[in-house]
Write a protein that binds this ligand. Sequence first.
Ligand code: SF4
Ligand code: SF4
Length: 335
Amino acid sequence: MTVKKTVAFSKHSANLFFHILTQCNLSCRHCYINPEQHGKTRVPLETIKAWLDVFSDGSAATNLIFLGGEPTLHPDLSEAIKYARTRGFGSITVDTNGYLFHDILARVSPEEVDFFSFSLDGATRKTNDGLRGEGSYDACINGIQKTVSAGFAASLIYTVSRANLHELKFMPALLSDLGIERFFIQVIGLRGKATRSHEGDSLQVSRSEWLQAIPPLAQKIARQGITVSYPKVYLDAEEKFECAGRVAQNYFIFPNGRVYQCPLCEDLPIHSLKLKDNQLIRTAKLNESDLFELNIPEGCVMNKLIQPDNSSYTLGGVPEYKIGCCLLKEELKPQ
Ligand code: SF4
Ligand code: SF4
């Protein structure tokens, strides 16, 4: 049996997405990292510690995710993880492409890292490597196997696009073989490289493709005992729309000190917060937080601005459905 629920936004917990560098050994076709906007430097260990202090209140309610670029390219990631453990974060996750540089598995323990979260964008070598680069499939699979063998918990992120939608049907067996505990389905969006090349347009899946494929697949995987999460994306007319920027606490930190509350804003210099002299300060208006306050019948304002084709209208010009916040997830938990 599985239990499905929409994970409501909570004011009582926070998620800290900490990009400790933007450098990466891969060059994925839809990478959302934008060094022009996010900086090209590596955050020094002392600064990582200072910024973690800014966001840790010891209440164990903040989930910390280390990302990049490829975070294991940072030589001090293990020290950053150990420090974060002392600061009382509720959970610590490392998002990785699987190369696991700097012998990271030997330098941290399963008590220190709750999850290593791997990115794989195809069930086969051909499809994944077509999107993420030659050799990346084998590196990811090997990385997962080493991680699970070393006693760590592993999760997997699959970004759905036109290029790999057809391979989702192979994922239930692959996830079981690999010993994955949580599966995150993402939807490709027009961010980062996809925007700059306009390639995202052709990779985006339609509403009917998404609705036909994703919910049934998630059910199937959850019945195997794996927790599955996927973005809700489309809200029915009667469903309440909420913008996470207004009602939740999500912080996306970048090496240049920018702190966004909405991932769809990250290609623009409209961050609402910034870290300056190791203090978190508000930026001048106008910024993303002014957009969060707008109420439009289409739902998410940023979606309307950067991905207007996701909406559809009746002949009378009324939106047929609302686009939910990109941070709103459906979660299926095995019972
Ligand atoms: S592994 Fe991640 S950071 Fe690196 S290129 Fe791919 S999407 Fe970008
Ligand atoms: S994705 Fe849309 S709804 Fe979610 S925080 Fe950004 S602007 Fe708000």
